[in-house]
Design a protein around this ligand. Structure first.
Ligand code: NI
Length: 199
C-alpha cells in the first residue's frame, strides 16, 4: 500500500488520452489499491489513473458519507453507455486543490466497466446524485478532459484558478454544451416558479 503523488493542473499528463487495460495483472491490482489509499488520504470522492501519472483507463470513486462505511467502487475500461437530463453542480478535483467551479453535467448516467477482478458490471446513477457526476468527472480524466472544460461561467472559473495559483483556463478546451445549458436554464426557471408559488 502506498500513497501516490497526485499531479496538479498544468501537468501535460492530465491532458493525455489513456489506454485500455489489457489484463488485470497483479501490478494493476496494486495500482488500484494505491489509488484508493491515495484518494482516501486526500479526502477525495474520486481519482483517475492519469492523476497519478498512469496512462490507463481506470478510476476509483467512493461517495459514502463520513458516518458510513467505506464503499470503494473500481472502474476499469469504463464506458458511459447512456446519459440524460442536465444539472449544474459545483465540483472540485484533487488535481485542483481548493478550486471549486460550477459545471454542466448530465443528471443520469449508465456506465459499464470491469471491477478489480475483471468482472463486467453495469451501474446506474440518477437524479443528479453525487455518484452520477463523479462518474462523468472521472471518466473525462481518461480522455484528458478536466472539469473546468465544462465550466458554466468562465469568469468564475478564472477567479477560482487564480485564487489558488493554478494555471489559466484553456479557453479552446471549453466544451460547447448548448443543450445541457438550455435544460439547466429551463430547470432553474421551473424551480424559481415553484418557489414563488410556495411563498
Ligand atoms: Ni478530477
Amino acid at each position: 500500500m502506498a500513497i501516490l503523488k497526485i499531479l496538479s493542473y498544468g501537468n501535460p499528463l492530465l491532458r493525455q488520452k489513456s489506454k485500455e487495460v489489457g489484463k488485470i495483472s497483479k501490478k494493476i491490482r496494486i495500482l488500484i489499491e494505491n489509488m484508493l489509499d491515495t484518494m482516501y488520504a486526500a479526502n477525495g470522492v474520486g481519482l483517475a489513473a492519469p492523476q497519478v501519472g498512469e496512462n490507463l483507463r481506470i478510476f476509483v470513486i467512493d461517495v459514502s458519507k463520513e458516518n458510513e462505511p467505506y464503499n470503494p467502487l473500481v472502474f476499469v475500461n469504463p464506458k458511459i453507455i447512456k446519459k440524460s437530463g442536465a444539472i449544474c453542480v459545483k465540483e472540485g478535483c484533487l488535481s485542483f486543490p481548493e478550486a471549486y467551479v460550477n459545471v454542466r453535467r448530465y443528471s443520469d448516467v449508465l456506465v459499464k466497466a470491469l471491477d478489480i477482478n475483471g468482472r463486467p458490471f453495469v451501474m446506474e446513477a440518477k437524479g443528479g446524485e453525487l455518484l452520477a457526476y463523479a462518474i462523468q468527472h472521472e471518466n473525462d480524466h481518461l480522455d484528458g478532459i478536466l472539469f473546468i472544460d465544462h465550466s458554466r461561467n468562465i469568469f468564475e472559473a478564472t477567479e477560482a484558478l487564480n485564487k489558488n495559483n493554478l494555471p489559466q483556463i484553456e479557453e479552446d478546451r471549453l466544451i460547447k454544451e448548448d443543450e445541457l445549458e438550455e435544460q439547466i436554464l429551463a430547470n432553474e426557471a421551473l424551480n424559481k416558479a415553484n418557489d414563488e408559488e410556495r411563498q
